[in-house]
Write a protein that binds this ligand. Sequence first.
Ligand code: ADE
Length: 421
Amino acid sequence: MVKILDSRVKDHDLAGNGKSLLRWAEDHMPVLMSIRKRFSEEKPLRGATIAACLHVTKETGALMRTLVEGGAKVALAGSNPLSTQDEVAAVLAEEGVSVFAWRGQTKEEYYECLMQVLSKRPEITMDDGADLITMLHSGAGEIPRIIGGTEETTTGVVRLKAMAANGVLKYPVIAVNNAETKWDFDNVYGTGQSTLDGILRATNVLLAGKNFVIAGYGHCGRGLANRARGMGARVVVTEVNPMKALKAVMDGFIVMPMTEAAKIGDIFVTATGNKSVIRRDHFRLMKSGAVLANTGHFNVEIDIGALGEEATEKRRLRENVDEYLTKDGRKIYLLAEGRLVNLAAAEGHPSEVMDMSFANQALSVEYIIQQGRGLKPDVYDVPEEIDRTVARLKLETMGVRIDTMTKEQEEYVKGWSEGTE
Ligand code: ADE
């Protein structure tokens, strides 16, 4: 039986540093701050309890404060055993959020923390990867209390759509990931930059002139490919989807199977959402000194078990870098234990881009409350109105003005009768 607690963080004395981190984030998240201001006046979330499973970063801290300002009670668990910023967890706990997160959790502790947030009897869930929802649907917590949930990331949306297709999803979930102001910015620019940041903080390797292999050319892979090219790397893409492979080719990247890429790569990053994308056969082909990292949601993209079996020795070389010595004397380096390198070895996406993602989260929670029990169990897109509001506010805060259509143009784009002149 799990003993119910109010919070569990690494060290409450870290709260002072956490406050400074949060101030930095909030100064770079003007859209979320404008929503917070309105929430503080209108209290649209009054009376709701929200259970969240998100990476506990300074940006998540800014979101949690916004939900509290809107009148909600919030319980927060980390969404990865290595991604929690302990200073942020400490300050949120001090401010009355029930936080269950610390960096370096075991798998058992990770799931125990999810149990703790579910014990707070939420009406709303907020997920990044769908672990909280799947846990609820496996018998933990009280599903009938829940009016809706949100999901932050591609992997989570894929899992939820599978649940909906199998008829097992029991409440409505807003796919925040699928808002244009989320995936077209967070996944592309956020992942692109923060993944390189993680690799560089962990290793300080020179990217210029290196063969940089990216598995997966979705939005995250594309963002990363462009940033790595910008740093002077020779970018190789591997794909299973012909459409995405074609896009990579036309974007000017070299595309080949992983069995070929494995022989030439200096740095490998997985961004696929699938498992064992880099596996035993590939490890055997790699050059000594190859660096492996993952930026997909789960730590299954690199077959770490097989890597261990291929090695005679494994040692921690520096923080976030494990050296595997293979039977034939090669060295292969694994970053951040194969977990999300951008969050485990760096700070995740920059605040400016999380501003839009978390504005969508806050407004989607408000939307769920407005709908009450009116939505059937399914996976929903973020309403277009919310998406547009976020884009408009972001432009405003960046001081960018745009044109508006004339009356004549509005009619023209709605009509069909005018053709070749
Ligand atoms: N996912 C990626 N970057 C993040 C961040 N900075 N905060 C929360 N979740 C994230």
